[in-house]
Design a protein around this ligand. Sequence first.
Ligand code: SP5
Ligand code: ZN
Length: 345
Amino acid sequence: MIAFHSPLHQRHAPEFEFFRGERVPCFETPARAELVRAELVSRGHELRAPTHDCTDVLRLVHAEPYLAFLESAWAQWVGLDPRNEGRQPFPSVWPVRTLRSDVEPDDFVARLGLYSMDNGTPLAAGTWDAAKAAADAAASAAACVAAGTRAVFCATRPPGHHAGADFMGGYCFLNHAAVAAQALRISGAERVAILDVDYHHGNGTQSLFYRRSDVLFVSLHGDPRTEYPFYLGAADETGEGPGQGFNLNLPLPAGTGGGAWLAALETACARVAHHRASALIVSLGLDTRAGDPISKFTLARDDFARMGARLARLSLPTIFVLEGGYATADLGAHACDVLDAFEQG
Ligand code: SP5
Ligand code: ZN
């Protein structure tokens, strides 16, 4: 399978995040994409650097002020104090209900809060370069599929599915799956489906397409009553206005194993098939594996090949986009098990 990857992904390298009130090393590390890249090479997949600049598509997915903030955020942070070069910025205040979110404060940390959904998404010097390269990979993958390629994988990081029109969150900055979907629409696909199999609900992707019927969003994830991102992902979220009926959430309890997960995948695939899409985008989170350090499903190694085989039976041109997955040592194996089974299916 063709796999897009850039050395720029390594440049997003924050050191720590907060976990249970303490600083801990980031779960979302440069090593993740490197290990996936290495496994792709060893299994004979074809690696390519991104070929397309996604800028025009990015403007249709994300709000201009958010893009402007994100692109210059690190320079602004260091501009406040040269010693900030060795410090990570975190938001500490957010415009929740009753507060205004239509005015950009001058204060940097206040603006960071305006454009963040959590304090768990650290920014670093190379964040923009890494995320932009991942969005370029998504646009490049869409170009491949539009030209007739059966399947493409974006071996990219940071992940993207928690990022919305004007906010970052959940280790995500730019929504690459949404970029791929929008790029496919521009290149002539009338209907596109996004299937999100990450452990965490893809709140950003859902929100971007919630009022649209051309892009179906289907997600299997940990029940938000107990799992991140908590405030979106319930089964009664079915779309709004013209998008009514084009959003399907299948929340599953923490502890769900391969059998129940694959049964839910069957329901998800039936909905995708019904959409009669001309292409599929899979938000491929691999944090569903038993033992993932921040997630609570218990899929076994073999379940990833089963996933790939089932997705192949949809018989759709498919773009896989890497999302989460923090059991880093097995990440490449899990990704390639999905892709290899897909290609054999
Ligand atoms: C792309 C993706 O997978 N993002 C996930 C972001 C999750 N951020 C919240 C992490 C908090 C972990 N809490 C886990 C408690 C385990 N005992
Ligand atoms: Zn996740």
